[in-house]
Design a protein around this ligand. Structure first.
Ligand SMILES: C[S@@+](CC[C@H](N)C(=O)[O-])C[C@H]1O[C@@H](n2cnc3c(N)ncnc32)[C@H](O)[C@@H]1O
Length: 263
């Protein structure tokens, strides 16, 4: 059975393929090439992780301890301040055509403020938290002539009510432990479960943006998942993020990649 080994002074990688027909290109040399490449790539990732791990922040314990669906939450519980520059960039992406924007998860209204500052043709929000929705009229009053409207509920339950958009900004978080396990721990990125629904509601050339917890590039699994639903994407690194040591977000490096996926 094929075995690939990579040894360095720091680690040893061993890959054993138990089933002869697992990965079976026409020529044996192709199989050797593919598996070598895979082991080399994993080894690059390990070297990179080792290089950056000493710059990581400790962060707080990750998980969902609150009932976040209907609680009255502090600003920091909803979104930590270090994410504000990211909200601005995401708002720029979804308003670049000046068309119809859908925003999932209003939270503190920071991204909503930025979206309004770029004067989209229309601005629709979906938000499940009663406290946040009840404050929507106050938020709207701060924006004279604002054309925004809000749909109250979980986006999953309200999807049939929304039309087609030129830009979708997705920024929710897991509301329960089950959602955390399914969409964070067992997923390439939290927004992955939203890729298919987003693509369904975007016009051709429309843009989806979402927050990742990837720091300097996208994993292959993440890229493959995106390319199932979008024709292209760009990735930009937002750096110098002022993330506190006790951040509860699972982002431990002072930079994050932001995705702009195009239908
Ligand atoms: C991180 S906050 C959004 C922060 C926002 N981008 C800002 O700039 O203030 C996430 C929001 O998504 C909402 N949310 C979470 N899951 C949702 C769902 N399934 N449907 C609708 N809203 C959801 C939460 O109630 C919360 O207000």
């Amino acid at each position: 059975m094929p075995r690939k080994i990579k040894r360095t002074s720091n680690y040893q990688l061993t890959l054993d393929i138990n089933n002869e027909s697992f990965i079976s290109p026409p020529r044996e040399s192709q199989k050797t090439w593919i598996l070598n490449r895979l082991v080399t790539e994993l080894s690059y990732d390990l070297e990179h992780l080792s290089a950056v791990s000493s710059s990581m922040l400790p962060g707080a314990e990750v998980g969902v301890s609150l009932d976040r669906e209907q609680s009255s939450l502090s600003d920091n519980d909803i979104m930590e301040d270090w994410q504000i520059p990211i909200m601005k960039k995401m708002a720029e992406f979804v308003t670049e055509s000046g068309g119809d924007v859908l925003e999932i998860g209003m939270g503190r209204g920071v991204a909503s403020d930025f979206i309004q500052s770029f004067s989209p043709k229309s601005h629709t929000l979906i938000e499940c938290n009663d406290f946040i929705v009840s404050d929507f009229p106050n938020w709207k009053n701060k924006h004279p002539g604002c054309n925004a409207n809000i749909i109250h509920g979980m986006w999953q339950d309200k999807w049939h009510e929304v039309g087609e958009y030129d830009g979708i900004l997705f920024h929710t978080y897991p509301l329960t432990h089950e959602e955390f396990v399914e969409h964070v721990a067992q997923s390439t990125t939290f927004a992955e479960h939203f890729f298919a629904p987003a693509s369904e509601k975007l016009r051709s050339g429309g843009v989806l943006t979402y927050l990742t917890n990837e720091n300097d590039s996208l994993s292959r699994a993440h890229q493959r998942s995106l390319l199932k639903h979008f024709s292209r994407f760009t990735v930009s690194v937002i750096d110098d993020l002022n993330i506190p040591d006790d951040s509860r977000d699972s982002c431990w490096l002072p930079q994050m990649v932001l995705v702009r996926a195009e239908k």
